[in-house]
Design a binder for this molecule. Structure first.
Ligand code: NAD
Ligand code: DAU
Length: 333
């Protein structure tokens, strides 16, 4: 297959391209990425010499660039998005632009070129928080943050293009990913890299919010299964089956690095902070997919990756990230 992957210089997109080129020797991948603060050419540096891989720098909100990138593809897999909840509280407009309107522009291209598949990479955050049963795909959407609302908007736009124009849409909704190449604004890489430097770990609220953690490699395999075996028009939850609260995650990281609990710094809570995400992934299991990685092993491997890849994250933390972090935690502490 000839795939157009958007957002392939980000965390999950770069892992996904690496997975595809390894698992499917006959596939070709074009990566369309704007290189926002979160997009990093270093994430795909090892792929540059592969003749099956091509990179186009561009914005999914730009119809001309999207047209050029999409013309020869058989399928689009849309990872490109503004993705960080805390940043969406500071600048919601950027999220609506990319996550809703950018999605619409990609859907237009899929419509124009009659692609075989359009995969919209969505998130469990569109369902909001649950105190009870894990969410199923038919549950109502209750997004809490501008990020989650923008992703929900992207999902609804994709479903509208499927119903109105027959675009062969499939949506995946995954839980919290972790692993190599994740921008260190997110909980796990932030806390690992701060702990390595003996810096405080800013834990929001009471630290008891729960997320369902999914190794990024498992997520990539799930999207691949959905791409090849999923039913057009359907939505698939991708859960890790690893619900943990933030304090548990923090303590695991500190133990893994042999650092003291005194590094934990309780800070003011995130406004609108969802208490618990949980997914029922039976529908994806019926396609033959279950996550393969054990949580403890995958977290240990992730800690090791950041310990051994300081040359990847130190330039990030001393660049754009620094001003963001100072604003963010200046407000909270
Ligand atoms: P990320 O922030 O690491 O990467 C996003 C990438 O998209 C970057 O390379 C960035 O440059 C690119 N991008 C942003 N705006 C763009 C635009 N207008 N045009 C072209 N490229 C643009 O994100 P991630 O964590 O890898 O998430 C990828 C996708 O998976 C997102 O759609 C996100 O909503 C979804 N998702 C993420 C998680 C998670 O835990 N990280 C879980 C579920 C779903
Ligand atoms: O659930 C899937 C979503 O997971 C994705 O759609 C998002 O793109 C991704 O960013 C992630 O969203 P979260 O808000 O769950 O992830 P984050 O890493 O920002 O936070 C995880 C939890 O940790 C959350 O309860 C907030 C808390 N937290 C986070 C940070 C950055 C802290 O306590 N301190 C922090 O400094």
């Amino acid at each position: 297959m000839r795939l157009l992957v958007t957002g392939g210089c980000g965390f999950i997109g770069s892992n996904f391209i690496r997975h595809i080129l390894h698992a499917h020797p006959d596939d070709r991948v074009t990566n369309l990425d704007k290189l926002t603060y979160a997009g990093n050419p270093e994430n795909v540096r090892d792929l540059e010499r592969d003749s099956r891989y091509a990179f186009i720098r561009g914005d999914i909100c730009d119809p001309e660039i999207v047209d050029r990138a999409a013309k020869d593809a058989d399928a689009i897999i849309n990872f490109a998005a503004e993705t960080h909840v805390d940043r969406s509280l500071l600048d919601p407009g950027a999220f609506i632009k990319t996550d809703v309107d950018g999605t619409r522009i990609l859907l237009e291209a899929a419509r124009r070129y009659g692609h075989q598949r359009y995969i919209q990479i969505s998130t469990d955050e569109v369902y909001g928080s649950t105190a009870g049963a894990p969410f199923v795909e038919t549950d109502l959407l209750h997004p809490s943050s501008p990020y989650a609302a923008s992703k929900a908007g992207g999902d609804l736009m994709a479903l509208a293009y499927a119903a109105t124009y027959g675009v062969p849409v499939i949506i995946t909704r995954a839980s919290n990913n972790f692993g190599p190449y994740q921008y260190p604004e997110k909980l796990i890489p932030l806390f690992i890299t701060n702990a390595i430097d003996d810096q405080p770990l800013p834990l929001y609220g009471d630290g008891l919010n729960v997320r369902d953690w999914l190794a990024v490699e498992d997520h990539c395999e799930a999207v691949d299964v959905v791409l090849r075996k999923g039913t057009i028009g359907e939505i698939y939850n991708v859960g890790g089956g690893n619900e943990r609260n933030n304090l548990e995650i923090t303590e695991m990281i500190l133990r893994g690095l042999n650092k003291p609990k005194s590094l934990i710094k309780p800070v003011a809570d995130r406004p609108g902070h969802d208490r618990r995400y949980a997914l029922n992934a039976d529908k994806l299991a019926a396609l033959g997919f279950r996550p393969r990685r054990r949580f403890d092993d995958a977290l240990r491997a992730t800690i090791d990756w950041y310990r051994t890849h300081e040359s990847w994250w130190r330039p990030i933390k001393s660049g754009e990230f620094r001003a963001y972090y100072e604003t963010q935690y200046g407000q909270r502490s």
